[in-house]
Design a binder for this molecule. Structure first.
Ligand SMILES: [Zn+2]
Length: 111
């Protein structure tokens, strides 16, 4: 059995403790099976609540839709279809009355 080098200090003395890999040199522990969950970036709403794909949210402020005269009113409901690692538009949402669009995480609240 060989274990991967420590993700933090690249020590090769990593050992396994139940489902975690543990580095005895820097103390870093990680779960190798968590990797698939880590693909989604950590995104928080206006209140600092963690958002996940499939969450229902409402708009925390009026939002102008780029390239149109449409304004989405505060309180409009949306469903998060996908979370992406974007600089300002992290949420691929299905918005009531507007269809699919990218929304900034800080402009919504988890419903
Ligand atoms: Zn280490």
């Amino acid at each position: 059995m060989s274990f991967p080098a420590c993700l933090q200090c690249e020590s090769t003395y990593v050992y396994q403790d139940q489902s975690n890999y543990v580095c005895p040199e820097c103390g870093f522990e990680w779960n190798p099976s968590d990797n698939s969950d880590d693909i989604s970036p950590v995104v928080k709403d206006a209140n600092g609540t963690l958002l996940q794909e499939g969450d229902k949210v409402t708009l925390a402020k009026d939002l102008k839709v780029k390239g149109s005269s449409l304004v989405l009113k505060i309180g409009t409901k949306a469903l998060i279809k996908r979370i992406v690692d974007g600089k300002d538009h992290q949420l691929d949402c299905k918005v009531d009355g507007a269809g699919e669009m990218m929304v900034t995480a800080q402009f919504v609240k988890k419903a």
